[in-house]
Design a protein around this ligand. Structure first.
Ligand code: NDP
Length: 275
C-alpha cells in the first residue's frame, strides 16, 4: 500500500495527515460500513467523539479490518457535559471501552468551557498522557485566547487544535499562532459540510487539474500543512477524498483559494456556544 504523508506532533508521535471524519455517521451499520470503506481505501487516521454516539461502531470496524491496533491513529474527544477532572477520566474510560481499545492516539477537549473548567479537564488529559493511556493530547475549537489562558496552568502544552477550517474560513492567524507554539492544526468541516461544491472558482480549478472539487480543497489543506478530516458515507467519495497526493496546486492557485476567505463560519463560534 502507498505510504501517505504524515505530520509529526511535537512529542514525536506521527499522525497520518488526512483523517476520516465520523460526525453525523450513525452508530451501527452506517458507521461500521463507512469506517471499513475508509480503512480499505487506506485511511489510517479516524476521528470520532463521545458525542457522535458512534464509538462502538468505529471500534467494530477497526476490529473487522484485521489491521493491528498500532497501524491506526484513533482520536476521540471529551464532551462538554463531561468536562472537569473526575468526569473526564471517567468519560475517557467509557470511550476506550466503546472503542474496544487499550489506548487512544489522541484525546481532545471538544470545546472550550470556562477557564477553570477547562484547566481541570486539561489536568485529566495530562494525567492520561503521563500514564500512557493516550499518545497525544490536544484541544478543539480553541481560539488564540483560549490557548493563551490554558498555557497559564498547563504542564503539557496541547499538541493539536482541531478547528473549523476551509477556503471560506481559513484561520490564517490561528494557524500562525499554533505553529509558533508547535501545535498541529486539524481541519473540521474541510469541505464546508458539503457547501464547497457550489463555489465556481473551485469548479474551474477542478477542471484545470482534472480532479474533483473535494480533491482540490483537500489538497489546499495538505499543502498548508493542515490535517483535514473529510467525512463521507459513500465509498467512491471516501476513496476519492484520499487521492490527493499525486498532484500539486501552484502557488498562484493556492492564493486563488485563499482569496475565497469570507470570515464567516458554518459552525458555532466557540465564544458563543450554549451547549
Ligand atoms: P465535511 O466538510 O467533511 O463535509 C461532509 C459533507 O460533504 C457530507 O455531507 C458528505 O456527504 C459530503 N462529501 C464528502 N466528500 C464528498 C465528495 N467527494 N463529493 C461530494 N460530497 C462529499 O464535514 P464534517 O462536519 O463531517 O467535518 C469533517 C469531520 O470533522 C467530522 O466528520 C468530524 O470527525 C470532525 N468534526 C469536528 C468538529 C469539532 O467540533 N471538533 C465539528 C464538526 C466536525 P456524504 O456523506 O453523503 O458523502
Amino acid at each position: 500500500m502507498q505510504k501517505r504523508p504524515e505530520l509529526q506532533l511535537v512529542n514525536g508521535v506521527v499522525m497520518p495527515q488526512v483523517g476520516f471524519g465520523t460526525f453525523k455517521v450513525e452508530e451501527g451499520k452506517q458507521v461500521v460500513d463507512a469506517v471499513c470503506y475508509a480503512l480499505q481505501a487506506g485511511y489510517r487516521h479516524i476521528d470520532t467523539a463521545a458525542v457522535y454516539g458512534n464509538e462502538s461502531g468505529v471500534g467494530a470496524a477497526i476490529l473487522k479490518s484485521g489491521l493491528p491496533r498500532k497501524a491506526i491513529f484513533i482520536t476521540s474527544k471529551v464532551w462538554n457535559a463531561d468536562q472537569g477532572y473526575d468526569q473526564t477520566l471517567k468519560a475517557f474510560e467509557q470511550s476506550l471501552a466503546k472503542l474496544g481499545v487499550e489506548y487512544l492516539d489522541l484525546y481532545l477537549i471538544h470545546w472550550p468551557k470556562t477557564a477553570a473548567k477547562t484547566a481541570d479537564t486539561w489536568r485529566a488529559l495530562e494525567e492520561l498522557y503521563m500514564n500512557g493511556k493516550v499518545r497525544a493530547i490536544g484541544v478543539s475549537n480553541f481560539k488564540e485566547h483560549h490557548l493563551t489562558t490554558l498555557f497559564e496552568t498547563a504542564r503539557v502544552k496541547p499538541m493539536v487544535n482541531q478547528v473549523e477550517l476551509h477556503p471560506q474560513f481559513s484561520q490564517a492567524k490561528l494557524i500562525e499562532f499554533c505553529q509558533q507554539h508547535d501545535i498541529i492544526v486539524q481541519a473540521w468541516g474541510p469541505l464546508m459540510q458539503g457547501k464547497v461544491f457550489d463555489i465556481a472558482v473551485l469548479k474551474e480549478l477542478a477542471i484545470k487539474y482534472t480532479k474533483n472539487v473535494a480533491q482540490i480543497v483537500l489538497r489546499w489543506h495538505v499543502q498548508k500543512g493542515i490535517a483535514p478530516l473529510p467525512k463521507s458515507l459513500h465509498q467512491a467519495r471516501i476513496i476519492a477524498n484520499l487521492a490527493v497526493f499525486d498532484f500539486e496546486l501552484s502557488q498562484a492557485d493556492m492564493q486563488i483559494i485563499d482569496a475565497l476567505e469570507t470570515g464567516v463560519r458554518i459552525g458555532p463560534d466557540p465564544d458563543k456556544i450554549n451547549f
